[in-house]
Design a protein around this ligand. Structure first.
Ligand SMILES: [Zn+2]
Length: 83
């Protein structure tokens, strides 16, 4: 089995999902660190950024899943599409 051709749009959406997930994880880590240090005034600021990062992640996830469902490009591509 050779390298499957991956759908370019799926690739782009996967990268976006991965990037937004990392950004969200960074915000969560920062919020946790500030909470542990007892910096409550700063926690509120980071909590809002956390929320915004989550929204971006959720949008990226939905965009990827919707593309896969519509385009069916997550299915095994061992068969030829009928076109
Ligand atoms: Zn696709």
């Amino acid at each position: 089995m050779g390298l499957a051709e991956i759908c370019q749009e799926r690739m782009r959406l996967l990268q976006e999902f991965s990037r937004t997930a990392r950004a969200y994880a960074d915000q969560v880590r920062e919020m946790a660190d500030l909470t542990i240090m007892g910096l409550h005034s700063e926690v509120e600021v980071v909590r809002r950024r956390c929320r915004a990062a989550w929204d971006k992640l959720e949008k990226a996830r939905i965009a990827l899943y919707r593309h896969e469902a519509d385009h069916q490009c997550d299915l095994a591509q061992s068969f030829s599409p009928q076109s």
